[in-house]
Design a protein. Structure first.
Ligand SMILES: Nc1nc2c(ncn2[C@@H]2O[C@H](COP(=O)(O)OP(=O)(O)OP(=O)(O)O)[C@@H](O)[C@H]2O)c(=O)[nH]1
Length: 354
């Protein structure tokens, strides 16, 4: 080896060292690939360097990093089928390509105006093609003698690309798991028929409001709603119409309480419940009356009801729960609701102040 060759070998080793050290700086896949591509372009003064990652599940490769001084159809996110073009063939077969002159090459796809030479090497891990490193030039034979070096770069960065790919898959799986968990959590707290909160969530709110009221000494209030003569509604109009009626009532109640401190839930069957912290019995009574009149105003026909339309009865209770907890308030609201039914329905009754 003469001194010129020794100097070139030393420079190549230094280049490889630099690329290896910047590649492993952190494990986010896209920045990592971009660092490799930028380093190759800078070290060798290449006009176009790209890295495509192989998406085996979709049978495609997709460009994830790019350095180009030339006008090209290729951009980040550019994807093609495995096997298509030289990059696609390299991705599909794991073969390297060192094309001195692209003119006449059987699988060359012209994505870069006037490309004359192309270098393409697979990034392999465990015999599987993870990615393809690709360089292109407008000059014939621009990469002469560089294939081994390019392959060495590919094998140097294969480990970190593999690890970054795994990390990316893990992060994706983690995000999907979190989404699924949120959906599940939401489903488990939402009533399927009406879309408002369910009894489970109401019980949670009740305990939470009870704790807050006991700690602060400030009142809380509960109201229970029951649709009047609903058995008769079902019997007259059918169960599906009964379901639709419950949905309309739920929407109406939700619209009234929207933006207020009241939290509304379907309590079960044809019953709804609402709870509010920092509100006393009289404050809740006023809201209860709005709720009652809003449902009446829906004007849903009901032949079995004295008014000829669907109505609700409401029981209200409020105060600071004592040692026996906030459940006492729900029992008191239930007793008031029973009185509202007995006193003719379509009305609001409240428990004595407590
Ligand atoms: N369509 C439908 N009906 C329901 C649902 N849940 C409960 N119901 C019906 O609601 C009716 C409640 O009837 P009752 O408890 O006898 O009370 P009511 O007929 O409303 O009479 P009062 O409460 O005394 O005014 C029953 O017929 C239940 O089948 C539901 O999800 N969909």
């Amino acid at each position: 080896m003469d001194s010129g060759e020794q100097g070139q070998a030393r420079r190549q080793l230094e280049t490889l060292g630099r690329i290896a050290s910047i590649a492993g700086q952190d494990l986010a896949l896209d920045p990592l690939l971009q660092r490799v591509v930028d380093a190759l372009a800078a070290e060798f003064d290449w006009e176009f360097v790209a890295c495509a990652v192989v998406d085996h599940a979709r049978g495609e490769f997709v460009c994830r990093a790019l350095h180009s001084r030339l006008r090209s159809d290729v951009g980040i996110g550019y994807r093609r089928a495995l096997g298509s073009g030289v990059v696609g063939e390299c991705a599909a077969t794991g073969r390297s390509f060192d094309i001195e002159d692209t003119r006449g090459h059987p699988n060359f796809v012209d994505t870069l105006d006037g490309t004359r030479s192309e270098l393409c090497v697979p990034v392999l891990h465990d015999g599987r093609v993870l990615a393809v490193l690709n360089a292109e030039s407008l000059r014939v034979g621009a990469f002469r003698g560089q294939l081994t070096l390019f392959q060495t770069v590919a094998s140097l960065v294969a480990g970190v690309i593999h690890a970054a790919g795994l990390l990316e898959q893990l992060q994706l799986a983690n995000r999907q798991l979190q989404d699924a968990y949120r959906t599940l959590e939401n489903t488990s707290r939402t009533d399927a028929l009406t879309g408002i909160a369910n009894r489970r969530r109401f019980d949670y709110w009740l305990a939470e409001a009870g704790d807050a009221a006991q700690r602060s000494g400030r009142p809380m209030a509960v109201l229970l709603v029951d649709v009047d003569h609903f058995k008769d509604y079902n019997d007259s109009y059918g169960h599906p119409a009964g379901d639709a009626c419950l949905r309309r009532i739920a929407r109406c109640l939700a619209d009234v309480v929207e933006g207020s401190p009241l939290r509304l839930a379907r309590y079960g069957g044809e019953e709804f419940a609402a709870i509010a912290s920092g509100v006393d019995r009289d404050g809740m009574l006023a809201t209860a009356e709005w709720l009652r009149s809003a449902v009446e105003a829906l004007d849903i026909g009901h032949g079995g009801s004295a008014s000829g339309r669907v109505s609700i009865s409401i029981g209200v209770a409020g105060g600071v729960p004592g040692e026996d907890g906030p459940e006492r308030l729900t029992e008191a609201a239930d007793a008031a609701l029973y009185r509202a039914k007995r006193n003719g329905r379509n009305r609001v009754e409240s428990a004595p102040p407590g």
